[in-house]
Design a protein around this ligand. Structure first.
Ligand code: SIN
Ligand code: FE
Length: 270
């Protein structure tokens, strides 16, 4: 199948031979000691501001250069692979995740070892796509292991009757209080419900259609994480670049979560 078709139906694309080698001074960054215990991930925002690294100026510079190099690779990979996206892509934050996946303790809602589609409570996106590029940087040969779940439309069919009623008044209040960065649309409400309903349902977690995928050190993978059901089961040292894309810039916008949800509900959701 053509790569773009596979991506837009929610598959994970894998790249095993991309030119990305760690420099000697970057290998020293591969320790959880470099992450500020107060943050979940080291982050590098679209404006180039680095947050969450513990260490002197040289360490900060090396971390910034490593993340910047990965950002350049990610953007070039997407531009080269999907020419139709080029004019509409927006660079969003990059994260560096040096913590061991297996031992993180967190609430069920924050637990990315449960299958989910990405949806963020404070950041409504009105159906704009969340395209993510990942790399496994593990220096000790350890794979990053994911589970990948069923197609998006099946998730919607499975959970649609459990989605709570949308309240425009509640959305306005959340926005007034600054809990959301902009007004939460019905689309965003439904996506958050799907994220939570999937994670909360232990029998869905155990028995829905899914497969395990192992990403080797050095491997790069790409998916629309708002569409592809995914769960990170084990591994350590990963970087992730987020890109935003209007669904209208896709080859087939009908396959987007907004396209699927509006078809299933029979009305506009933004
Ligand atoms: C996630 O995006 O849910 C986690 C991905 C990972 O940590 O590999
Ligand atoms: Fe996720």
């Amino acid at each position: 199948m053509e790569a773009v078709k596979a991506l837009e139906i929610g598959q994970v694309l894998r790249y095993k031979n991309l030119p990305f080698k760690l420099l000697p001074e970057e290998i020293e960054l591969l320790t959880p000691d470099r992450i500020d215990p107060k943050v979940r991930n080291i982050s590098f925002n679209a404006e180039g501001l680095l947050k969450g690294v513990v260490g002197d100026r040289v360490i900060q510079q090396n971390a910034k250069r490593l993340i910047q190099r990965f950002r350049e690779l990610s953007v070039e990979l997407i531009r080269t692979s999907f020419p139709k996206y080029v004019d509409s892509l927006k660079v969003a934050p990059t994260s560096f995740r040096p913590n061991l996946v297996e031992t993180r303790i967190q609430s069920w809602r924050a637990d990315d070892r449960r299958l989910h589609v990405d949806a963020f409570p404070s950041r409504p996106n009105y159906g704009e796509r969340i395209l993510r590029v990942f790399i496994n940087l593990n220096p000790a040969g350890v794979s990053r292991v994911w589970r990948v779940g069923e197609p998006f439309e099946e998730i919607v069919q499975r959970f649609k009757s459990d989605i709570s009623p949308y309240s425009p008044l509640k959305a306005k209040i959340l926005n007034s209080l600054g809990i959301t960065k902009s007004y939460r649309s019905e689309y965003d409400h439904m996506m958050l419900n799907l994220h939570d309903l999937m994670k909360a349902d232990t029998s869905y977690q155990a028995s829905s259609a899914q497969k395990q995928v192992e990403f080797l050190p050095g491997e790069v993978w790409v998916c629309f994480s708002d569409q592809t059901a995914h769960a990170a089961m084990s591994g350590q040292f990963m970087m992730e670049q987020t890109l935003h894309l209007p669904a209208s810039a896709q080859y087939n916008p009908d396959m987007s979560p907004l396209g699927v949800l509006e078809k299933v509900m029979g009305r506009r959701l933004t």
